[in-house]
Design a protein around this ligand. Structure first.
Ligand code: ATP
Ligand code: MG
Length: 565
């Protein structure tokens, strides 16, 4: 493609409202333009990258046995009313009416639509399993659209749905798609981790998120420094063993601690370390009050509380509720608590010797607390967040933290939608059963931005070849010089047969051409300049900065060392 015929509006200045690298560079290098908050046009270069990523996704999905189709973005409200999500989805769902005043959703996802389709068309176990996917525009009225393509209001998703007659079959397809996702993100060149995630409100069981490691990520990942173990930080179990100090047990004593509420205040006031303190917080678990206790240097993980009680809602009790149930916030503790109040304490608490806790009276604390002796009716559980330095839950290595951008999500839905929408099949014995489902998403446009976020330097983007809009950037330094123009034209024809070439034939100053070229970040640059007459040209590798002077005879051979077709 000749650059003079392309549409690549580059910018010298960093756009004021773009605060992450990928957003800045995709704008500056002429890949995207913003239309409104969270809504973007893919310019020709951006569209090419998008197509490359889509193609990788298609190849891996097809290989895993999934079949492509295409569903409407406009979805009748009735479908969403059947599943109940018309009412529960909230303001993130964009809703429109047609001229007959009928309600529609602009699809944020497609579980309802595909469940209704398969319900109407598939009735027998003989046609299962079935895995269908599409690559399509989704609409979500995000509270904070930001970071360019990373969180859009309108974005491109690959979504897949699988239907099964047994859980074994779901497990099998889940595993295949998990594999396919790993291949997709590896082929995109990304540094990512598949992390164990929270199945949360969707009511399923197994779920993994594919996270690209990046400082601007919104999620914290706990992963092992020496195995493939990775989990969303709230999902990681703590398997540490604690040691008990051998000191003799002091007597339990009440002390006045006026105005001292936080662990920091209390530990400073009494000159003890936060590890010696018991942090007690009142929670409301569904409708029951529960006192949760962790060591002062640990944090309570409410997902774990939710799982212990198999609860739907876990929230902090209000100050008022706390006071009426037990005592004032800031002076709570698990000693002398009414038998009716449930106490859950983290395992670490059991190993505290001569600790400190609130006495359930304003401005009073206990010292000399020895949990086995002093706390009654307590249940010890894993309720704290894992921290860096804890052993990895798989027993291999130590936990470290990183931030991640979620680019993909695989989820065992079970019968959540098939039951609500009556999608059943007849099994071998002619018995009607709800179909078992899985769903699998990839943020295709988000993946483009995640690649840009991981691959850039101070001069611009640095695309991995597999997703680069072109393989080669051919530049003629001075198109007015006949020998340069002649050789460049000739090379363009030859190279075009083997590679995808962007040929900068513009009448621009060399400085502009090189700066634009660095900004766009194609893997290899071939420059035809002053030595064109001798058949000598320059090859530059964008990622390493390596520069080679070569003759036209070994050009293709040299390029092939870098570009694998
Ligand atoms: P997030 O927690 O980032 O909001 P999600 O859990 O809402 O993601 P899913 O419903 O699982 O996302 O959607 C599947 C995939 O679509 C995600 O893994 C992500 O890559 C992508 N995605 C979700 N929301 C957006 C968005 N607003 N803009 C771009 N991509 C998105
Ligand atoms: Mg979301």
């Amino acid at each position: 493609m000749k650059q003079s015929m392309m549409f690549i509006p580059t910018l010298r200045e960093v756009p004021a409202d773009a605060d992450v690298k990928s957003h800045q560079l995709l704008l500056r290098a002429g890949f995207i333009r913003q239309n409104s908050a969270g809504v973007y046009t893919f310019l020709p270069l951006g569209k090419k990258v998008l197509q490359k990523v889509e193609q990788i996704v298609r190849e891996e999905m097809d290989r895993a046995g999934a079949v492509e189709m295409f569903m409407p973005a406009l979805q009748l409200a009735e479908l969403w009313q059947e599943s109940g999500r018309w009412y529960s989805y909230g303001p993130e769902m964009m809703r429109v009416k047609d001229r007959h005043n009928r309600d529609f959703a602009m699809g944020p996802t497609h579980e309802e639509m595909i469940t209704s389709l398969v319900r109407d068309e598939v009735n027998s176990y003989k046609k299962l399993p079935l895995t269908l996917y599409q690559i399509q525009t989704k609409f979500r009225d995000e509270k904070r659209p930001r970071f360019g393509l990373l969180r859009g209001k309108e974005f491109i998703m690959k979504d897949a749905y699988s239907f099964h007659s047994s859980f074994e079959s779901l497990d099998d397809v889940y595993e295949k798609l998990y594999e396919a996702y790993s291949n997709v993100f590896s082929r995109c060149g990304l540094n990512f981790r598949a992390v164990i995630a929270d199945s949360g409100a969707m009511g399923g069981k197994d779920t993994h998120e594919f996270m690209v490691l990046s400082e601007i990520g919104e999620d914290t990942i706990a992963y092992s420094d020496s195995s493939s173990y990775a989990a969303n930080v709230e999902m990681a179990p703590v398997i540490t063993t604690y040691e008990k100090s051998q000191s003799s047990q002091d007597e339990l004593q009440k002390l006045d601690t006026p105005g001292q509420k936080s662990i920091e205040e209390v530990s400073t006031f009494l000159s003890v370390s936060p590890e010696q303190c018991l942090k007690s917080i009142m929670f409301k678990v569904d409708d029951q009050f529960v006192l949760v206790v962790v060591r002062g240097d640990h944090e309570i993980n409410d997902v774990k509380i939710k799982n212990i009680f198999n609860a739907s809602v876990v929230e902090l009790a209000t100050a008022e509720e706390t006071k009426t149930t037990l005592g004032p916030v800031g002076s709570l503790g698990p000693i002398n608590v009414p038998g009716s109040l449930k106490i859950i304490a983290d395992h670490a608490v059991q190993y505290i010797v001569n600790g400190v806790c609130g006495a359930n009276v304003e401005g009073v604390h206990f010292t000399g607390v020895n949990p086995d002796r002093d706390i009654e009716n307590v249940q010890y559980e894993d309720v704290r967040f894992i921290i860096e330095g804890d052993p990895s839950p798989d027993g291999k290595g130590t936990i470290v933290f990183a931030k991640g951008i979620e680019v993909g999500h695989v989820f065992k839905l079970g019968t959540r939608y098939s039951e609500a929408m009556n999608a059943t099949f007849l099994d071998e014995n002619g018995k009607s059963k709800p179909m078992i489902m899985g769903c699998y998403g990839i943020g295709v446009s988000r993946t483009v931005a995640a690649i840009a976020e991981q691959f850039n330097d101070e001069n611009g983007l640095v695309w991995p070849q597999a997703v680069s809009p072109f393989d080669l950037h051919l530049i003629v330094v001075n198109p007015k010089q006949d020998d340069q123009k002649g050789l460049a034209d000739e090379l363009y024809t030859i190279l075009n047969d083997k590679f995808e070439v962007l040929y900068d034939d513009r009448q621009e100053r060399p400085g502009v051409k090189f700066a634009d070229s660095d900004l766009m970040g194609l893997p290899i640059r071939i420059t035809v300049g002053k030595k064109a007459g001798e058949g000598v040209i320059e090859l530059k590798v964008r990622s390493t900065g390596e520069v080679l002077e070569i003759t036209t005879e070994n050009l293709i051979e040299t390029i092939e060392k870098y570009i694998v077709k």
